[in-house]
Design a protein around this ligand. Structure first.
Ligand code: B12
Length: 454
């Protein structure tokens, strides 16, 4: 069968920059499993391919269309479904990805979609494809775990199964190599992505990923990880695990294998401050084998707020983490949250606290994202239910000490002041500001073109 794999265009603030761009690894995975099964798959990455959807359908004539997307792209995914079914009602549409995995019910109002795939692994996806293809050995829909399908016009939910990333295939990266020049994280370029685990061992109440894979953390063997790293022809790799720094023994083996196999690359990871604070010796060794940047949730500048986030990390551990990363020449990409109880003075104090430390910060606004533990608590208090605003850059709860507008202003003021303060960081050394401005100017035209002909 011919299968079209749609990666939607970026929405929100990220669409205005090309300084942080990642390969469509989920689509490369689907491409791999489908082609290995004898199908003819095509990646349609709408971030770079401006061909209108109908024209693409006309050209590719797919029997199946798979669409991925994050929460902010939810309504866009539904819009594609409407266009596809209007174009050809016989095309089978499957929706999947991180948002569908947890928030699959949000898509029940999309009559045009045929299947929702709410798992991370792809084994059951192949069963579904076999079923659609009418293969003799294919199971019936009721026997395929992790899907929602329609039965007499009503959505039927098949329960999830707990999976392991060990079952993921080695992705075919032909798409990546063809577009390698695009993918980067600021000065780290070209940059590849590696998916090495499902879910997260932590249970932070504001985090989405911890609930994936039915809340069960599962990680690949270190040998498999290093094999994949060795196979990649790139200088920099972003390991997407929500928390890569979980197990000392695993990380020690990681260091030993990279040394043994003489692999020299730069690594960008997510990790927790307490692990870094208590494992200085290991961080030093990781730095020696290429650890270059850690995205670490520092969240706040005081213990009360840290406790409220259920992080089980203290301010002194955060301080230790910043020191250790700095002393080992690892960028500390600190992630902070501003929340609706903050006063103008709190914003000022947060700026002062961050700016005195060796951190490249990203500040988000506290967002009870649908699918996180805190969502239920805040659902009725949300100012808007517009999912495009669930991007961590919008104020979704009424601030206690100022208006929404004033809070948003404080937030942007803080972010801009921090960006200005760090403008000379070597992380930004390759930024071409003229090209960035040109890109910003180009975006509204692309958006308008898409509005007229999607
Ligand atoms: C890298 C990354 C980015 C990159 C973009 C990456 C890309 N290629 O597009 C950047 C930095 C630009 C980014 C931006 C955003 N991101 Co982001 N990002 C991630 C991160 C770290 C990894 C995602 C990834 O590529 N994983 C690798 C792929 C292979 O794994 P996967 O997506 O899970 O896909 C698997 C399955 O889901 C399945 N699958 C996926 N799609 C489909 C489709 C079908 C049909 C099927 C059958 C299967 C299937 O196949 C894969 C095999 O296991 C995750 C967090 C994490 N640790 O996973 C957050 C994450 C995906 N991002 C998130 C969010 C919220 C955003 C933003 C909206 C907001 C923000 N401030 O960051 C923006 C939106 C930008 C946009 N696209 O419009 C949330 C999504 C939550 C949700 N409900 O959807 C996550 C989960 C982070 C979190 N903890 O909340 N992000």
């Amino acid at each position: 069968m011919r299968i079209l794999l749609i990666k939607p265009e970026t929405v929100g603030i990220f669409s205005y920059t090309f300084l942080v761009e990642h390969e469509a690894l989920e689509m490369e995975y689907l491409y791999t499993v489908f082609t290995e099964r004898g199908h003819d798959a095509v990646i349609y990455d709408r971030r770079y391919d401006l061909t209108p959807l109908k024209k693409k359908l006309k050209k590719e004539k797919p029997a199946v269309v798979c669409i991925t997307g994050y929460i902010t792209q939810q309504e866009l995914m539904k819009k594609y479904c409407r266009i596809i079914k209007k174009y050809d009602p016989d095309i089978n549409i499957i929706l999947g990805g991180s948002n569908v995995e947890i928030n699959y019910k949000n898509y029940y109002d999309c009559c045009e979609a045929d299947y929702l795939y709410h798992l991370s692994g792809l084994e059951n996806m192949l069963k579904l494809i076999d079923h659609i293809d009418g293969r003799r050995e294919a199971p019936e829909l009721k026997d395929i775990p992790g899907i929602c399908y329609k039965n007499e016009g009503k959505w039927t939910y098949n329960p999830k199964v707990v999976e392991s990333p060990e079952d993921l295939p080695v992705p075919d990266r032909s798409y990546f190599y063809k577009n390698k020049h695009r993918f980067r994280y600021l000065c780290f370029k070209p940059l590849a992505l590696i998916k090495n685990s499902y879910s997260c061992p932590g249970n932070c109440n504001f985090c989405f990923c911890t609930n994936r894979n039915s809340g069960r953390y599962s990680c690949r063997s270190v040998e498999k990880l290093v094999d994949e790293i060795a196979s990649l022809d790139v200088p920099a790799i972003h390991i997407t695990d929500d928390n890569f720094l979980t197990d000392r023994k695993y990380l020690q083996k990681f260091v030993d294998l990279l040394k043994e196999r003489d692999i020299h690359k730069k690594y960008l990871i997510y990790g927790r401050a307490d692990f870094i604070a208590h494992n200085e010796d290991l961080i030093k060794q990781l730095a020696e084998v290429g650890l270059a940047l850690v995205m670490v949730g520092l969240e706040a500048n005081n213990d009360e707020e840290l406790d409220a986030y259920n992080k089980h990390v203290s301010l002194s551990e955060n301080e230790e983490c910043i020191r250790i990363l700095s002393e080992n020449d690892i960028y500390c990409a600190g992630l902070f949250i501003v929340h609706q109880k903050m006063t103008k003075a709190d914003f000022k104090h947060l700026y002062e606290w961050i700016s005195k430390r060796d951190i490249i910060p990203t500040v988000s606004i506290f967002t009870p994202m649908q699918g996180t533990a805190v969502y239920k608590e805040y659902e009725d208090k949300l100012i808007t239910k517009d999912v495009t605003k669930q991007d961590l850059f919008h104020c979704l709860l009424r601030p206690e000490h100022m208006s929404v507008r004033a809070f948003t202003m404080e937030y942007y003021k803080l972010s801009l002041k921090l960006a200005w303060k760090n403008r000379k960081s070597s992380l930004y050394k390759d930024n071409q500001y003229f090209l960035s401005v040109l890109h910003i100017l180009k975006v509204p035209f692309i958006k308008l073109r898409r509005l007229l002909i999607l």
